[in-house]
Design a protein around this ligand. Sequence first.
Ligand code: NAD
Length: 433
Amino acid sequence: MSILIIGTGYVGVTTALVFAELGFEVTGLDADERKVQTLSEGKLTFYEPGLQDLLDQHLAAGRIRFTSEAKQAIRQNTILFLCVGTPSDENGSADLRYIRAVAEQIGQSMDDYKVIVIKSTVPIHTNERLTAWIAEAQPHPIPFDVVSNPEFLREGSALQDALHPDRIIIGSRNQAAGLHIQSLYENLNAPCFLTTPTTAEMIKYASNSFLATKISFANELARLCEQLDINVGDVSIGMGYDHRIGPHFLKAGIGYGGSCFPKDIKALLHIAKEQHTRLSILEQVHEVNETQVEHFLQLWERKIGGFAGKRIAILGLSFKPNTDDLREAPSLAVIRYLTSQRAQVRVHDPVAKLPASLQSAGVRQLEHLEDAVAGCDAAIMCSEWDVYRNADWEQLRDEFKQLNIFDGRNVLDRQRLTELGYTYSGIGNAARN
Ligand code: NAD
């Protein structure tokens, strides 16, 4: 059986390779011809552990191919997965322009029955809107079904998450179409929940909102722990033993980022507003996240007597380790704050690249960690790559001008760093050193 994946970004490429791994013939369709060319040459267009091997393997076996010829690809496949982006609009709502463009392409191109599966994260009732857009674009009526199948993978562990999902959510008005899509996943050994399209759409937003709530809860608690000289990390450990709470997403830090949480929280808040309903908890989740960077930067700024004229190293640019994705990365907010305070900023990241706009603002990226910290008054860790946990901090000591470490992810070994002579401050654990 063959499957068409429309949109070959983080989700599309991962989904395409997982289906190839499950034995299907897969075509990846993207409007970006350069991306198609690069993927066809066996090169990924982003960094994600584990995907390169699968790409090499399935390209060589002829099980996956990439194209930008939409009409032909749509006609050659019966099952079409939509994995295009749904970024935030100016008012916080999800911008459905890519979904709509694909709907029109499908309607105009299809010449027989299709099952169109929405994997992108979309507002409630998008399944119905997509159905209408496709039908309107058809020159004459041809039957099709639209199934909602939201994706829950996390960048940095996308392949593992997609191969071993906690659950598969399928929302379909037509039970046969829903069961057909469920059968594609039968070898994944994951519970499958068949429901309505609107419920499936809400499950995705509600799940991301709940995870963001746990993070913002820990982050706000960190502000109080900071005042009371309590280690918020230990509080999270103690809470996490309770199965009703669980340890995940309870670690305090400088805030969540990435391509999903910030935009999905804003989108759900917008949906609530449209329905004249307040999600007051979620409003605060967003507010805490928006102010977390500044809250801790101001604390740290006082510790080193102001950032003006100081040289500061940023460790980790990507919004989290094992990805090169910079969308809504807290590091960018940190850099903006530092440059506004006239600090000199040096950046290190194992894979992510500094945006050109920051280069022209005088921020420099260094390839080697020792060069990034050389002559610095402080290092601020923004994403917890292993290279920083495992760094030789004893040797790096000679490079710093002043031995200040601000650990925005609470993962470095405070005791060891202190023994080495560093002044260590984390999030919610550094009231009195
Ligand atoms: P992305 O921006 O990396 O990729 C989207 C791709 O769609 C791009 O390559 C773009 O060129 C392509 N595209 C746009 N219009 C097209 C068209 N008309 N025809 C063909 N291709 C087209 O996006 P992503 O991060 O993979 O996210 C995709 C969706 O999945 C979003 O709704 C997102 O919220 C959701 N999601 C993302 C993640 C994640 O971790 N990235 C996790 C779960 C869900």
